[in-house]
Design a protein around this ligand. Structure first.
Ligand code: GLA
Length: 389
């Protein structure tokens, strides 16, 4: 397969008869642990991965955006002057939302011609949408000759997705795409937005298995979980008036208030408060290179997502079960929002083959098709290259 970067440039030259004036790259992410905690002001531990969305672009003298999705043979166009939330659907809503958010923050944008190509699987829980947003954000900003702190860009892309596209995502994916570093995971405090780089030991491989399941319900299920967390906070505030988010509640406080919460809301909250503790424990385990403890945390996270948060699926449970049955697999869990998508397994290098085979075999036996399996490496956040020719 031709590399996505080369493909974006190649298609650009073919369609526009000249090289792009810049190319921007933004990576997908795999979240190691800390799921559904970002919108509760909690902790997350993603890695930016060595798969990315590439955008090759040139400015236009007018206010039109003309976009080509090279991997699908699709095209879209819009005017920067007519952008309103909800006015675009499909993949073009992400770049359009970014343009809308940039202009609202006072950046005047030129129109652009752009070709997009990527190797982040779409709708797989690996944040291809945040990668698309961030790639356009850095491309457009560069074309307009402006600079903006990366933290502000992350917030801006989240706003584009929340308000323009209409998905109430947290900020983890955009932060990972902007702040990822090779060889490291990124601990993010989603309240203060402080980040800390955590080295990933060389001897471990992060293996991803994409179930291929795409749930129509994912967006509504996600928004419903957010609403349930908000309800938990409202009820818990009666007993603990000082709390602002589930981040402020300890597991012991939650137990004390259990009788005051409907069972379902209690379980949703229990996932979040225990998951926050698991993230911090996982970081401590990585820092003392205790991969067994790290892996156990991953496994516990999956169980909590499966039973308390109820965002797993039989396909994901099967992949996790198969991975865990192989010696040399430290732990496995679903990654991303859930309802379908991918799992990750943290595996000793020598066990990669056996773990891949075990997952493929059990998955095929139960569901009659094969998962997509690939290793990912922690990589750098977004970059822009001016095309010097
Ligand atoms: C999606 C969202 C993130 C985060 C995860 C769940 O990827 O975009 O903000 O909430 O789900 O952890």
């Amino acid at each position: 397969m031709i590399h996505a970067e080369a493909r974006a440039i190649h298609v650009f030259r073919e369609r526009f008869g000249e090289p792009p004036s810049l190319r921007a790259r933004a990576p997908g992410r795999v979240n190691l642990i800390g799921e559904h905690t970002d919108y509760n002001d909690g902790f997350v531990l993603p890695i930016a991965i060595d798969r990315a969305v590439w955008v090759a672009a040139r400015p236009r003298p007018d206010r039109q955006a003309y976009l080509i999705a090279a991997d699908f043979g699709e095209e879209a166009g819009f005017s920067l002057d007519g952008l309103r939330p909800g006015s675009l659907r499909g993949w073009a809503a992400y770049p359009a939302g970014v343009a809308w958010a940039l202009e609202r923050s006072g950046v005047h944008l030129p129109g652009l011609d752009a070709v997009i190509s990527g190797d982040v699987p779409i709708a797989s829980g690996l944040s291809s949408s945040a990668a698309l947003e961030v790639a356009f954000a850095v491309a457009w900003l560069t074309l307009s000759g402006r600079e903006m702190p990366r933290l502000e860009l992350a917030r801006l892309c989240q706003r584009a997705e929340n308000e323009f596209v209409g998905v109430r995502c947290g900020i983890m994916d955009q932060m990972a795409a902007l702040f990822g570093r090779r060889g490291h995971a990124l601990l993010i405090d989603c309240r203060s937005l402080e980040t800390r780089l955590i080295a990933i030991p060389e001897e471990v491989v992060v293996l991803v298995a994409d179930s291929g399941v795409r749930r129509e319900l994912a967006a509504s299920g996600y928004n419903e979980r957010r609403a349930q967390c908000e309800e938990a906070v409202r009820r818990l505030q009666r007993r603990y008036p000082g709390i602002r988010a589930l981040r402020d509640v300890s597991p012991a406080q939650l137990e004390e208030a259990r009788a005051e919460l409907p069972e379902l809301i209690y379980r949703r909250a229990r996932h979040v408060v225990t998951e926050n503790d698991r993230v911090l424990a996982a970081v401590a385990a990585l820092e003392r290179r205790d991969l067994l403890a790290f892996g156990e945390g991953l496994n516990a996270s999956h169980e909590s997502l499966r039973l308390d948060y109820e965002v797993s699926a039989p396909e994901l449970d099967t992949l996790v079960e198969a991975a865990r049955s192989v010696p040399g697999v430290y732990g496995a869990r679903l990654t991303g929002a859930g309802f379908g998508g991918s799992i990750l397994a943290v595996v000793q290098r020598e066990a990669v083959q056996a773990a891949s085979e075990a997952m493929a075999r059990l998955y095929e036996a139960r569901f009659g098709r094969r998962p997509a399996l690939f290793a990912v490496a922690p990589d750098e956040g977004a970059t822009v290259h001016l095309h010097a020719i």
